[in-house]
Write a new protein. Structure first.
Length: 445
């Protein structure tokens, strides 16, 4: 089984490789191909992987290339985890938006639109190459903004592209754990778009346990989302939102907090990672140790400003170990070995959420087997959530249209229609600001 990782010089690749090393079963991945545009990043990550594999017999082989077509040919699975414009681009996404008083997060609001506008054309090119060179491969998309990018790729790959995110999985695990249930035995009734979904129920042995959680302020306040949103608001909603909804429900506070920080998240990661990749150029660096230290610091500071505005304190130790690599591995195993399982994934709607058309990519529990991911029909969302989902899907569609027709006017429309952008004039200035700093947006005329 051959797995190709696009963005193979990326910082989180060792997480994926670490997960592969735990898989000893029949039909496991035996060959990993890393693809990246940057040789020195490939070299750095390959060093970490070599140290990870050192004590593991029959570890998957690792090769690296900067030739995309060569990387794709013969792949059974393709992970796409690219970052168009790098972390410098992410920092610019934040800076330009904050200068206009709106949010610049990489997946939410203006920042997500800017990042989407420069990522979609690249993702579409990849999808077209996959369709030509590796038509039987399954593509697992981690590239943010994951829902939008998955939808762009699905127009060329149909249901052979599946988007993943660890946020809903982490949320489900936390809720199950505080309720004293085994996360593996619980069915999480969750639906929405990527980074824009709600848990409306959690069934164990056929019984919905969520009302018990919502009725108990102590339990509610004991985990990440309870601390972030506050127990009163969760009780009012009657659901537990994905952590990224903090940017919507507490927009004013999060924009202020991000405007006041010395370094935004993107700028922090840009500098932190630059240091890591520099260290990797020195032959005497203990690669795995340096990577692990950098990773721990990244995890500990995740959404720090949001937690600060909410007075949520430090992250729980259990939340620091990531998890997206586990979703990726579970998905791959389910497909490759027909090991049936249920996972929350980003797939074409196909009627599961009837308010959106069948091709709209949504985030929803799916039954996964050798035939791919099949969304489970879910109960409708309440009006306020339907409104947000439809508005943001409308924005995503404008981003896809702008990427296709290269029109600035369409790009302005995408920004202006976003619920977190409060004026058409702001949208116009955003397009100006972003096209000035991002070479990847030069196609907008
Ligand atoms: C969560 C999100 C991902 C995101 C990751 C890292 O897991 O679901 O989409 O990539 O956090 O965020 P960071 O701010 O550390 O890049
Ligand atoms: Mn995510």
């Amino acid at each position: 089984m051959k797995l190709t990782i696009l963005g193979g010089g990326g910082f989180r690749v060792p997480l994926v490789y670490g997960a592969l090393l735990t898989d000893r079963g029949e039909g496991r991945v035996t060959e990993v191909v890393l693809h990246d545009l940057d040789d020195s990043r490939l070299y750095a990550v390959a060093r970490v992987l070599a140290e990870q594999a050192a004590t593991v017999p029959d570890a998957p082989t690792v090769t690296a290339t900067t030739d995309l077509d060569e990387a794709l040919r013969g792949a059974d699975f393709i992970f796409s985890a690219i970052r168009v414009g790098g972390l410098e681009g992410r920092a610019n996404d934040e800076r330009v938006a904050l200068a206009q008083g709106v949010l610049g997060q990489e997946t939410v609001g203006a920042g997500g639109i800017a990042y989407g506008l420069r990522t979609v054309p690249v993702a579409v090119d990849i999808a077209q190459r996959v369709a030509r060179l590796a038509p039987d491969a399954w593509v697992i998309n981690f590239t943010n903004p994951a829902g939008l990018v998955t939808e762009a790729m699905s127009r060329h790959l149909g249901d052979r592209v599946i988007g993943i995110c660890d946020s809903p999985v982490g949320l489900g695990r936390r809720i199950a754990t505080v309720l004293g249930a085994n996360p593996r035995e619980a069915f999480i009734d969750y639906v929405g778009l990527n980074h824009l979904g709600w848990v409306r129920g959690l069934r164990v042995a056929g019984r919905d346990e969520l009302p018990r959680l919502l009725a108990d302020p102590d339990l509610l306040g004991s985990f990440e989302e309870g601390k972030l949103f506050g127990t009163d608001w969760l009780q009012s909603l009657g659901a537990i939102p994905n952590e990224y909804l903090h940017y919507y429900y507490f927009n004013r506070e999060t924009v202020r907090a991000y405007s006041e920080v010395e370094k935004t998240r993107g700028a922090f990661l840009r500098d932190q990672q630059a240091q890591f990749y520099d260290e990797m150029k020195r032959p005497d660096t203990a690669a795995l140790t340096a990577w692990d230290r950098t990773r721990a610091e990244r995890e500990a500071t995740y959404m720090a400003e949001n937690r600060e505005t909410a007075g949520a304190g430090e992250r729980d130790a259990d939340d620091l170990s990531g998890g997206y690599e586990k979703v990726a591995l579970a998905l791959m195993r389910a497909i490759a070995r027909d090991e049936r399982t249920t996972l929350i994934l980003n797939v074409r709607n196909q009627g599961a959420l009837s308010v959106l058309d069948t091709d709209a990519v949504i985030e929803v529990p799916c039954l996964v087997d050798a035939n791919g991911a099949h969304p489970v029909a879910v109960a409708p969302l309440p009006d306020h959530a339907t409104g947000l989902v439809c508005a943001v899907k409308g924005v995503e569609r404008e981003v896809l249209a702008a990427a296709e027709n290269g029109s600035r006017t369409t790009a302005v429309k995408a920004f202006a229609l976003h619920p977190l952008v409060d004026s058409v004039n702001v949208a116009r200035r955003l397009v100006e600001g972003y096209t000035e700093v991002h070479p990847g947006l030069a196609y907008l005329k």
